[in-house]
Design a protein around this ligand. Structure first.
Ligand code: BG6
Length: 491
């Protein structure tokens, strides 16, 4: 219940995620008045020496992102407690325990959430210490503490299993919230509604009517200051194993019986299982890997991936991937699902394109070109839906003119979308797990990715080069051109 006292214990309180996403989300939620009246954010970290220094730093980063309202800021600042903590130091955990107790003294019902915004390598250690020093059972009446972790959940199936086992020794699955922030994005949450509440789409959502599906998450940024993490991870584990497969599962899963978190997860897991069993024959014809090289934009030189900080100059990590996948089930047999993601592409753009087949009446077949009906779900930066259909070209004799019906979600005042972290924090407080990744989803997605990575190695898949801020390797276009198709972000 949002009325109850809420304690948000943030590990990594001085890091990028806290500065750029979590505290801005709290600020916005306060502004919208959707936080419990009574809450404390206990931000732990080592970078700052005092509460004043920490608040000044947070104020600074908030001001760089939004127009700070003094009243809201004061309200937020009054509820933040900075706590200097070293993970290695037992005394620090004991002292933290006292702070948690003191802050919640007199509160009857607690809702306590431990949020690990740290490097994943620390997840187990922190969770174990929370248990060892007895921070998990402080005077609860009806709730257990929750644990929140951010992807990556392990770096392969084995490490994910190990991490999960360690965390399950301390927290039950019900109380572990695994964040995939894409699930908090407005248009990703919209997929279900679009699919299930529109008879025109619901009836056609199958191989008989859909020619292909494309999902692209293009980024224009490079690896920024995350070189070490990125070089160990690469685009397949950074974007495909989680965000992309989550989107793919929402788009292709069978209809759930209801909208409960368990039922939706059950249907998603069916898709992941199928992927895990996929036959990867002719693999090299289904994949294009790439890495960006340097380029010049106006008079600015954009560094190559291998020139970025903490990247070895012979790195073979992929910063781009394009794939063709199939799901061998009744609904999707033989429908290609093309997915693509990369860093340092020409522009930041994410969308899902569902292209319907070209079953035109014979009288119009001769005039057919690229006029498929298309449902484009735009995820970002613009949020919206575009539906392409054919009309008569004015003045012509039965010529087809494709037109687009546009709905710009993000342009409508009414639809002022919350940032994904606001949605996710809100759901954590309420204990609603619909937008979080279940262990089974993680398990089967890793099973697929492990097999996939192994195949990449065995087949020694070529690493194409593409200039920074370009459209990506040409081979990715050929992947579709060979099938007589085109990426919709290129049209
Ligand atoms: C993160 C990845 O999960 O998602 C980053 O680790 C990526 O590499 C980011 O840049 C993209 O998120 P968004 O919300 O900016 O599209």
């Amino acid at each position: 219940n949002i009325e109850n006292y809420f304690q948000f214990v943030l590990f990594g309180g001085t890091g990028d995620l806290a500065h750029n996403k979590l505290l801005p989300a709290f600020y916005n939620m306060l502004k919208k008045d959707i936080l419990p009246d009574n809450f404390t954010i206990i931000a732990t970290g080592r970078r700052y020496d005092s509460q004043e220094e920490y608040l000044a730093a947070i104020k600074n980063s908030l001001s760089s992102k939004l127009k700070l309202d003094k009243r809201i800021w004061q309200l937020l600042a009054a509820n933040i407690e900075y706590f200097e903590l070293n993970f290695k130091d037992e005394a620090d955990f004991l002292a933290l325990k006292e702070v948690l107790k003191e802050k919640s003294a007199g509160e009857k019902i607690h809702n306590r959430l431990f949020y690990l915004a740290t490097a994943p390598g620390f997840f187990t250690e922190i969770a174990e210490k929370l248990k060892k020093f007895d921070l998990l059972n402080l005077a609860f009446e009806d709730r257990d503490s929750k644990l929140v972790i951010e992807k990556p959940f392990g770096s392969d199936l084995k490490s994910a299993q190990k991490l999960n086992k360690n965390l399950n020794n301390i927290f039950s699955e019900e109380n572990i919230f695994r964040i995939d922030h894409y699930l908090g994005k407005e248009m990703i949450q919209n997929i279900m509604v679009i699919r299930l509440s529109n008879p025109i789409f619901r009836a056609l959502w199958k191989k008989e009517y859909i020619d292909n599906i494309q999902i692209y998450l293009n980024e224009s940024e490079g690896v920024k200051n995350r070189g070490k993490y990125y070089d160990d991870t690469g685009v397949i584990k950074d974007m495909i194993q989680n965000h992309m497969l989550q989107i793919l599962s929402l788009i292709t899963m069978e209809e759930p019986d209801d909208l409960s978190a368990q039922e939706i997860s059950r249907k998603k897991v069916e898709v992941f299982k199928e992927l895990a069993e996929i036959n990867l024959d002719n693999f090299d014809k289904h994949i294009v890997r790439g890495q960006y090289t340097s380029s010049q934009k106006e008079d600015k030189i954009i560094k190559a991936y291998r020139e970025e900080n903490n990247i070895p100059d012979d790195s073979m990590t992929s910063t781009f991937i394009a794939l063709k996948l199939f799901l061998n089930n009744q609904r999707w047999q033989d429908v290609p699902i093309y997915i693509k993601s990369g860093k340092r592409l020409a522009k930041k753009e994410a969308a899902i394109a569902v292209e319907f087949n070209d079953d035109f009446h014979q009288s119009y077949l001769k005039d057919k070109g690229s006029e498929s009906n298309l449902l484009l779900i735009k995820i970002q930066p613009e949020e919206g839906i575009s539906l392409q259909f054919n009309t008569r070209k004015p003045g012509s004799i039965n010529k087809i003119l494709p037109v687009q019906m546009e709905f710009c979600h993000s342009c409508e005042q009414l639809f002022n979308s919350p940032e994904s972290y606001e949605v996710l924090i809100h759901d954590m407080i309420l204990g609603d797990k619909t937008l979080f990744t279940s262990w089974e989803e993680v398990y089967y997605s890793w099973k697929f990715i492990d097999k996939f990575m192994q195949k990449c190695e065995e087949e020694n898949i070529k690493l194409h080069q593409y200039p920074a801020l370009s459209q990506g390797p040409k081979a990715a276009d050929d992947l579709l051109a060979d099938d007589g198709r085109q990426w919709w972000d290129k049209k």
